[in-house]
Design a protein around this ligand. Structure first.
Ligand code: PMP
Length: 365
């Protein structure tokens, strides 16, 4: 007995965990600085940790109220109705719900390249396929409606990542409006704002009062520091009514995660501090790295290092884990997350050393 033919499905390869790398290098995990998955270096809000502890004794029962409470809280935050908030296990879960709601077999989605792998993976799980538009280094990874429309061929869903992973570029709201107005009636535009809190650009959620061909995804994994709890959401047009009730996996947004998310939303100071640290670190990377970088609206910076794999491996041996972006189609770069001030300074020191070493080795070879 075997599963159906899965050969067209790639496996998602996450950045490697600190324990795994520490074991391989024979180091204590505390000696490693992990800057490869755009996590929050401040950790979760203490209020969210307390909420997790409070929720723990009740996990013998199915989620009851928190799911609704979180939906209502997010609806109030974004000034939309609760039916418009689709909470799921991470933004990934919310993206899956959008695939379920929209894709018929053989439908195609349009995704950015380089870009976040899960959009096309989710389309394939739902018996669809993906085409690509370029976010091009030749244009400093600028994101414009024209750039998307150049490749657009009536796909059912068009994904925009803003700020974009792994380049950090942002699509201005006017460009999103132009895209919404230019696509065919059957096309949904999804603005993935997983890194939205770090960006000065206003959220596309505000456009939902005018456009019914838009959904916006957001997460608690980044600025809210709850990546391990898997909680995120989509905000969708009012006209979709009870579609969420028809497509969501029952109880997939679990009680502990929902309660922690509610507490995290109330701890605005924690989010502000996290965003401030990231803004400082982005500038520090851009000023201090002896390599080409690009402006970033996220909590990470893309760095051109020559041989991304060799630099990531050498940095790891020196205790700093960064993301080799070969799998994104940028083998000449690494992506480094914003750490605490201490972590960020250390990353700069190590990256500057290893970039020079790898370049010197390349010249010798
Ligand atoms: N979108 C983008 C662009 C991401 O980079 C990520 C996570 N790395 C996600 C969505 C998924 O986030 P979550 O942890 O909420 O599933």
């Amino acid at each position: 007995m075997m599963p159906r033919d899965l050969s067209a499905h790639e496996a998602y390869v996450p950045g490697r965990g600190t324990e795994e790398v520490a074991r391989e290098l024979g180091l204590d995990p505390d000696e490693l600085t992990k800057l490869s998955s755009n996590e929050n270096p401040h950790g979760p809000s203490p209020a969210a940790v307390a909420a997790v502890e409070d929720a723990a004794p009740d996990v013998n029962v199915y989620p009851k109220t928190s799911h609704t409470d979180l939906t209502e809280r997010l609806a109030a935050k974004w000034d939309v109705s609760p039916e418009q908030v689709w909470v799921g296990p991470g933004a990934d879960g919310a993206l899956d719900y959008l695939s379920r709601a929209f894709l018929e077999p053989d439908d195609r989605v349009l995704v950015p390249t380089p870009g976040f792998a899960y959009y096309s993976m989710s389309a394939r799980y739902h018996h669809g396929d993906a085409a690509e538009y370029a976010v091009s280094k030749d244009d400093d990874f600028a994101q414009t409606a024209a750039g998307v429309l150049d490749a657009y061929d009536d796909e059912r869903i068009v994904y925009v990542t803003t700020p974009h992973n792994p380049t950090g570029s942002v699509m201005a709201r006017d460009e999103i409006v132009e895209l919404l107005e230019s696509v065919e009636d059957r096309t949904l535009v999804v603005a993935d704002e997983a890194y939205g809190e770090y960006s000065a650009e206003p959220s596309a959620v505000e456009l939902l009062s005018e456009y019914d061909n838009l959904a916006v995804t957001r997460t608690f994994s980044k600025a809210y520091g709850l990546a391990g709890l898997r909680i995120g959401y989509a905000v969708v047009p009012e006209a979709w009514g009870d579609a969420y009730a028809r497509v969501n996996t029952p109880f997939a947004a679990n009680e502990i995660a929902c309660r922690a998310a509610l507490a995290a939303l109330d701890d605005e100071k924690h989010v502000e501090e996290s965003v401030e640290t990231a803004a400082w670190a982005r500038e520090y990377y851009r000023d201090e790295l002896d390599a080409r970088t690009w402006p970033s609206g996220g909590n990470f910076v893309l760095v051109e290092v020559g041989d991304g794999t060799a630099v990531a491996e050498a940095a790891q041996r020196r205790g700093v884990i960064v993301r080799d972006t070969s799998s994104f189609g940028l083998p000449e770069c690494v992506r480094v997350s914003c750490g605490t001030r201490e972590e960020t300074r250390r990353a700069v020191e190590v990256l500057n050393d290893v970039v020079a070493d790898v370049a010197a080795e390349g010249t010798r070879a």
